[in-house]
Ligand binder design. Structure first.
Ligand SMILES: [Zn+2]
Length: 205
């Protein structure tokens, strides 16, 4: 308990120390973790592993300029509760939060991959502006479907004070499909997500 508390204080202090006047702090939230595996596909794909890997890539993309300081709500495969994630992001008053998930959900069209974005206006009305900004930046290259939705029931969205969205990478149900996604589409999708974030924050990186 004590170590956890000290860990939180150090983490929080590090964030405060890193944020200058002209920088935005952005949190990327890798869904699930620890005993909470999230979705496990019949092909053996484990959601908590994919979300951590994708969140690290989004962090890398957004950290490439000097205007955004990007942090993850979980740095490794340990369990972090939803309320704790919300508190960390809100306590700092971050500029925005993106929660990363995956699912087996099929795309509406016949495209091999889909990216669904969810927002809620319950806590912060700008959440859906963030959703639109990311959606508008996604590249429609014939292989990725994207859809934006509202969902007032996701705890992390309806509880968070700062603009927040869930981005769900769909239909990654086999290792083969994941590798295809990773090799061919993930970089493009992450570039587009980054562009949407930058546009929302109106910063030049
Ligand atoms: Zn999930």
């Amino acid at each position: 308990m004590c170590n956890r508390f000290i860990g939180f204080v150090l983490f929080f202090t590090a964030i405060v120390a890193c944020a200058g006047n002209n920088t935005h702090v952005v949190f990327i939230d890798p869904g699930h973790g620890g005993e909470d595996s999230g979705y496990i596909s019949s092909g053996g794909m484990v959601e908590k592993d994919i979300t951590l890997s994708v969140a690290r890539k989004i962090k890398e993309k957004l950290s490439s300029g000097d205007k955004l300081k990007v942090f993850l709500t979980r740095e490794n495969n340990g369990y972090v509760g939803l309320r704790s994630r919300v508190k960390t992001v809100d306590d700092y008053k971050a500029s925005l939060m993106i929660s990363v998930h995956t699912s087996e959900k099929a795309c509406k069209g016949n495209k091999p991959f889909c990216i669904n974005i969810y927002c809620s206006t319950k806590r912060n009305k700008k959440s859906c502006e963030l959703e639109s900004s990311i959606f508008d930046s996604l590249v429609f290259d014939g292989n990725i479907d994207s859809e934006k939705m509202m969902n007032e029931n996701f705890i992390i969205l309806k509880s968070m004070d700062v603009p927040s969205v869930i981005i769900e990478f769909g239909e990654i149900d086999t290792l083969k499909k994941y590798n295809l996604f990773k090799d061919n589409y993930l970089r493009k999708a992450i570039d587009s997500i980054g562009n949407g974030v930058v546009k929302f924050l109106e910063v030049k990186t």
